[in-house]
Design a protein around this ligand. Structure first.
Ligand SMILES: Cc1ncc(COP(=O)(O)O)c(C=O)c1O
Length: 514
């Protein structure tokens, strides 16, 4: 029987309510495109200047029980409510967080996945989509280097696709899943000790650097462990923001003496503020010596996997047991698009939970049944979007080279911005850029207070002039530019630096607290 593409209901509303009606789908996409085209062409500021009170009032006035009655009107309403104030990540004066402009090819993939509303969790909902996701994850594993000597071979039996990882909603979820699996592995090792569950949990430790992403600490808590379970390894004096392999080795030895079990070492390939990359090779060797799970959070720096010039900076990532990669950062993919992958596919078995409604025993029924894969068996989510499709379409359109080149360019631009900073006497460089971030602060220590720095950022944002971030690095309040738009020019970066410098100069000193 053919798929219905014509209206089936008599009511006027139902005629264009669902996408069975291909005219409704076409009109919806065309209306959305028209609105977007207008805003992309006319967005003159990185964000609007309305106050939170004004935005809240306008939104709260919308009566959701009183519809506009047609899509063009509903979309037109979005302009004053949101799009006129939206943050435009492709604007030259947006340099705030790890948000990227996105590949147009990815939007095509995203639109198709959304229009089909594919949910990838079980074979009977996804089929080929699941196999495409797995193929893409294998591609990530190959770029990590998990096909080389000493690495378990991919299962070449074509009837059972090997599952090497899973797409997730972001680095936060990817890290949580990796740490969960590491915890389960450690508890299994402790299962022969005769200890109670509580005692075993009390022995677990995770080791990480001082600059690890906050999601790691939160994951440890979510896994039922106290704050004492997260130990930070200091940085060597020569490489601030990274993990010292010697200190790691000593901590692992001490942990063994104290009968503690290190569930995982969490290294970072691209810290959020500095972009610092932990020395993965020596860390990997230390972890191998101690048979400890190494997780690499490459949410940010993972884009170097496809860099034509800087792939070597991830040397040693192949020694990891699990890796987080965010495609919605340096791979120019729409939010959400991230993955966590595992060197040993067996590790994913720790999240498998049999649900009768999702796991029919197909293999009894059809000779091909055993080739079917239910991705819910490997994910913390059940209903899950086919987020892999957008990356798939980008890779099939362009290959990975332009992604790597774009990320390289952003790193060059950050270095260029560091050079240009010298021309602003009221600003000083806090740390040389490691990837595509730039950390700088007021040159005058009197002006270097958190209040001043945040006030400058706030004023630039309030005017809708430029968006920069602020953070604290080794107790220094600083400004941060995060550059992910390869189309930026040095002159535009200079404009952002000039805006910060100018605002800082016009800052009135805060009255002393009484
Ligand atoms: C190093 C690092 N890890 C993890 C995350 C969390 O990723 P997400 O925001 O996709 O959850 C970030 C976010 O900036 C990050 O920089």
């Amino acid at each position: 029987m053919a798929v219905r593409t014509q209206p089936v209901h008599s009511g006027a509303l139902m005629n264009d309510f669902l996408t069975h009606n291909t005219t409704a789908l076409r009109n919806a996409l065309a209306a959305a495109e028209e609105l977007l085209e207008h805003h992309f062409r006319t967005a003159a500021q990185p964000c609007g200047s309305a106050t939170a009170a004004e935005l809240t009032r306008a939104v709260r006035e919308v009566d959701l029980d009183n519809p506009t009655g047609d899509l063009p009107s509903a979309l037109a309403e979005l302009s004053p409510l949101w799009l006129d104030h939206a943050v435009w990540y492709h604007h030259p004066y947006y340099a705030s967080h790890l948000n990227c402009p996105i590949a147009a090819s990815a939007v095509a993939g995203e639109t198709i996945a959304t229009s089909l509303n594919t949910a990838v969790e079980s074979w009977d909902q996804a089929g080929a989509a699941a196999v495409m996701e797995l193929h893409l994850l294998d591609w990530v594993c190959a770029h990590i280097g998990w096909e080389g000597p000493g690495v378990p071979k991919k299962n070449n039996d074509e009837t059972t696709p090997p599952v090497r990882g899973v797409f997730t909603s972001g680095g936060t979820q990817s890290n949580l899943q990796a740490l969960y699996i590491a915890r389960e592995k450690a508890l299994r090792v402790l299962s022969t000790t005769g200890l109670s569950h509580q005692e075993k949990m009390g022995r677990l430790r995770f080791l990480t650097s001082e600059d690890t992403h906050y999601s790691v600490a939160r994951a440890v808590r979510l896994l039922g462990l106290g704050d004492e379970a997260l130990l930070t390894i200091p940085a060597p004096p020569t490489a601030p923001g990274t993990m010292c392999p010697q200190a790691l080795s000593e901590t692992l030895q001490r942990a063994e003496k104290e009968e503690l079990t290190v569930a995982a070492v969490v290294a970072t390939a691209g810290t959020t503020d500095r972009g610092a990359i932990d020395p993965l090779l020596p860390i990997g060797n230390v972890c191998a010596e101690h048979a400890t799970h190494l997780h690499v959070d490459a949410a940010y720096g993972g884009a170097l996997l496809v860099s034509p010039t800087a792939r070597h900076r991830l040397r040693g990532i192949e020694l990891a047991d699990s890796v987080t990669v965010d495609f919605h950062k340096g791979f120019y993919q729409p939010v959400a698009c991230s993955a966590v992958v595992f060197r040993n596919p067996g590790d994913l078995g720790h999240v498998t939970h049999h649900a009768d409604y999702l796991n029919p025993q197909d293999s009894y029924l059809t000779p091909q049944g055993s080739a079917r894969v239910n991705l819910a068996d490997y994910s913390l989510q059940t209903t899950r979007r086919f987020d892999a499709l957008k990356l798939w379409v980008t890779l099939r359109t362009h290959g990975s080279r332009p992604i790597g080149e774009a990320f390289d360019r952003c790193c060059e631009l950050a270095a260029n911005a560091a050079e240009q900073l010298r021309e602003f006497p009221n600003l000083r460089l806090v740390a040389s850029p490691e990837l595509s971030t730039l950390l700088f602060a007021p040159a005058d220590p009197q002006a270097g207070t958190q209040k001043t720095v945040e006030s400058v950022r706030e004023q630039l944002m309030a005017q809708g002039h430029a968006l920069v971030a602020t953070t604290v690095v080794e107790t220094n309040p600083c400004f941060k530019l995060t550059i992910l738009d390869p189309a930026l020019t040095p002159a535009e970066l200079r404009g952002v630096l000039a805006a910060v410098s100018d605002r800082l100069d016009r800052q009135r000193p805060f009255p002393a607290a009484t």
